[in-house]
Design a protein around this ligand. Structure first.
Ligand SMILES: Cc1ncc(C[n+]2csc(CCOP(=O)(O)OP(=O)(O)O)c2C)c(N)n1
Ligand SMILES: [Mg+2]
Length: 756
């Protein structure tokens, strides 16, 4: 119900609510007729009983005005195609208080309406200009210091504001992860890039607080605090009571969060700086001192609609709109400035106009700056790769004594053992990596004492302790959020996803978040990690879709991600070294897809032949990203391209094909699924007469399409070619599973058809 009972003047019924809010402010100041106190000194409370002093108020008010005028500027210049983003912060400017009460070294993950926060944080480092930096981002200028023109984001390297995506709530898990990492860094002796008593801040909207990704972060934070473990994260819910057009039920945020166990709730009035600041300070102080997850419920409002494209007048009553606009926090700030005697009407109006001028001047300047005009410039930060440095790092052996400590004795070093299967060699390689990188952490479901469901991580917990090898709560989103947090704090996370099928419910944390950070921060922020994912089909012991998921494409379409998939133990060890080096040197997000069915495979052609056991590669050996393994390199009658389970199958089939058709068959293990080494594929295709592609992924979305495209684009598409690939289906239980994925016999049959 509207609080307005007076008739609404015609001027207020206008369509352009930005203009109306603009005029409202000026009229409000001009028409103000209250009684002013004597001007306070800078250190005096701005109003009696306020925790905010006059100096602080003045700066916060200025930050609010900067934020507001950036919004107004964006609305004007969007229609002139000089600005490309109009989701604003109007009504939320009180979030500047959170920036004032925290430090510029407290990592911040911000809501798109945290413009006031941003403007205020700029004060923390001298010589920085929030208006120009923001204008460059609004204008998608190449000079934008946050993203280099890739998005309008709140971001700053020196100010520890990590740019966020538009996916609401997706930043909460990594904010939680960063908070945990701040504490864990100290516990494992890793030098943090920020002070030890830092806290992680993340802001988000009221509607977003309902999102599963937000809820899991609250839950994980509380789960952590419940165990008396530190998680100094400040969740700031900017509650404007609405999400685009859907109203949040009255008092829902307080109701939902006030009494949550182990999530300490504070309320602050973000519409009133004088009243709200003490409560904001209290929340920040509590979070920093107790290291407990803290929920700051910040009252805000939303004026000027969701974005420039949201014509609220079309779907809300004019009375309601006017009531919302009457609650504009800038009106309250102007009233405080006047009531306290700090500023005169003229001073406020002059500051208002001066800020407007600065914003438009900055926008003008930004419009003249270069934009991204070349694809290579757009993509430059996406997937940095410095091959020589990666190779040097990958082949740098761990300290000899540390290896001996990790493996137990010189005699137990893995290279001195007989050939072993994949699971053991991955386990050995992880021991080596953990000896090499004291900042590495291994975590996931059941990975610690049990050593994972396939014992791949067995012994690591004992060798490297609880602080570096630990079980998480059961939530893949949080596992990947933790990984980003540890990476943000300079550690090397090696999270495990228990099954590929369970990556999918959390994949946004890689696709939307981790893999996009370098891109949207213009390579200023990196979150290196090596995510181990057990997956793919062919298991005989443990059936059904969810333990045999073959949806590789979900990983293949993530820009910038590196995906390795070993088929044998020695390759796995060398690939892990390369992936860790890619993470360390170039900050890459890496996925290591481990074929479960090959973990324990020992034989190749017949029972007992030990043909799939391999020696452990020396600690100073590694692979080059993209480097394929070639079996029968001299063969040229036929080449089989494959990976993972397809390799031992193809090797067996190759024997049969040779016996049947007399062809010498080359088998190429791609090993790296993203990026595909198109050059190598083209070369082998060129050198061989016939081509088979064996892909355990799915018909419409696997790896084979990429291989065949590489072959065709290199001009070899006319050669006899057949693909053997999984069906477009989920995997059934028991023997029926083998109907949907390639088999040795199908490969042989494909060769037969090539022979015809
Ligand atoms: C995961 C996801 N779903 C939907 C959207 C589209 N969307 C953008 S903002 C928004 C409403 C958010 O409301 P709230 O969290 O209250 O923030 P406010 O805009 O009110 O500050 C929606 C649905 C999105 N960005 N991300
Ligand atoms: Mg909202």
């Amino acid at each position: 119900m509207s609080a307005i009972t007076k008739p609404i003047p015609a001027r207020m019924k206008g369509v352009n609510r930005a203009e109306i809010c603009d005029v409202n402010f000026q009229e409000f100041v001009r028409d103000w007729s209250g009684r002013a106190d004597a001007k306070p000194s800078p250190d005096e409370a701005i109003l009696d009983g306020s925790a905010l002093d006059a100096r602080g108020f003045r700066e916060l008010f200025e930050s609010q005005l900067i934020s507001r005028h950036l919004d107004l500027m964006a609305r004007v210049l969007r229609v002139q195609n000089k600005v490309f983003y109009t989701i604003g912060s109007s009504g939320h400017e009180g979030n500047a208080m959170v920036a004032r009460a925290t430090r510029h070294t407290d990592p911040a993950f911000l809501h798109y309406r945290s413009g006031g926060f941003m403007a205020e944080r700029f004060r923390k480092l001298p010589g920085m200009d929030p208006i120009m930096d923001s204008a460059l981002s609004f204008a998608a200028s190449k000079d934008d210091p946050a993203s280099g023109g890739r998005h309008k984001v709140w971001g700053s390297k020196p100010l520890w504001v990590l740019p966020q995506t538009s996916t609401i709530a997706s930043h909460l898990p990594k904010a939680f992860g960063t908070a945990v990492a701040i504490e864990q860094g100290r516990r494992i002796g890793c030098q943090l890039p920020i002070p030890d008593d830092s806290i992680a801040i993340c802001s988000f909207g009221d509607a977003s607080s309902n999102h599963a990704t937000a809820q899991t972060a609250f839950n994980a934070a509380a789960w952590t605090a419940y165990q008396k473990l530190p998680a100094p994260v400040l969740f700031v819910c900017e509650d404007n009571g609405i999400g685009i057009s859907v109203k949040t039920p009255t008092d829902w945020i307080a109701r939902n969060f006030r009494d949550r166990a182990d999530l300490d709730y504070f309320f602050a009035d973000g519409l009133d700086l004088a009243a709200g600041y003490g409560d904001v300070q209290a929340a920040v102080e509590h979070c920093r001192r107790t290291r407990r997850p803290t929920f700051l419920h910040l009252r805000t409002t939303r004026i000027m609609g969701h974005a420039g494209t949201d014509f609220e007048i079309e779907w809300r009553s004019i009375e309601e709109l006017c009531a919302v606009e009457a609650g504009d926090p800038l009106l309250r700030s102007a009233a405080i400035a006047l009531e306290s005697g700090l500023m005169s009407k003229d001073e406020i109006l002059a500051l208002y106009e001066d800020t407007r001028k600065k914003c438009f001047a900055a926008a003008d300047d930004a419009d003249r700056r270069p934009r991204l005009t070349k694809l290579e410039d757009v993509m430059a930060p996406l997937a940095p790769y410095t091959p020589a440095a990666v190779q040097a790092e990958a082949t740098r052996a761990p300290d000899a004594d540390k290896r001996i400590a990790a493996f137990g004795s010189e005699a137990k070093l893995p290279e001195k053992q007989p050939p072993r299967h994949l699971a053991i060699q991955i386990n050995n390689a992880l021991h080596d990596l953990f000896a090499k990188y004291p900042e590495s952490l291994l975590f996931g479901e059941d990975v610690a004492q049990k050593g994972g469901v396939y014992t791949v991580t067995k012994g690591l917990h004992k060798a490297f302790g609880n602080r570096r090898v630990f079980n998480t709560l059961l939530d893949e989103t949080i596992i990947l959020g933790l990984a980003q947090g540890y990476a943000n704090m300079g550690m090397l996370p090696v999270p495990e996803i228990q099954y590929l099928a369970y990556l999918h419910n959390a994949i946004d944390q890689i696709r939307g978040e981790a893999a996009s950070l370098q891109f949207f921060s213009n390579d200023q922020y990196r979150n290196p990690m090596v995510v181990r994912i057990a997956g793919l089909g062919y298991q005989r012991g443990f059936g059904g879709h969810f333990h045999n998921d073959n949806s590789v494409t979900a990983l293949r379409d993530i820009p910038g991600l590196v995906v390795g998939c070993p088929s044998r133990g020695d390759d796995a060890a060398m690939m892990l070294r390369t992936l860790a080096a890619l993470a360390k040197v170039d900050g890459r997000v890496c996925a290591f897809l481990e074929p479960i069915a090959l973990y324990m495979t020992k034989d190749l052609y017949e029972a007992g032949d030990g043909g799939w056991l391999t020696e452990y590669p020396l600690a100073d050996s590694a692979l080059v990203l993209g480097e394929e393994r070639v079996y029968n390199a001299d063969a040229s009658d036929c080449v089989i391209f494959s990976f993972g389970n397809g390799i031992p199958m193809s090797l067996r089939a190759a024997r049969a094909i040779e016996a049947k058709h007399g062809w010498k068959v080359r088998v190429v293990d791609l090993r790296w699924l993203v990026p595909l080494n198109e050059g190598a594929i083209a070369k082998h295709a060129a050198e061989c007469k016939r081509i088979l592609v064996v892909d355990e992924g799915r018909h419409s979305a696997g790896v084979g399409e990429g291989v065949i495209t590489a072959i065709t684009e290199a001009g070899h598409g006319a050669k006899p070619l057949k693909r053997v690939v999984g069906a477009d289906t989920f995997t059934p239980l028991a023997g029926a599973a083998f109907l949907v994925i390639p088999s040795d016999d199908e490969i042989i049959a494909a060769a037969d058809s090539l022979a015809r």
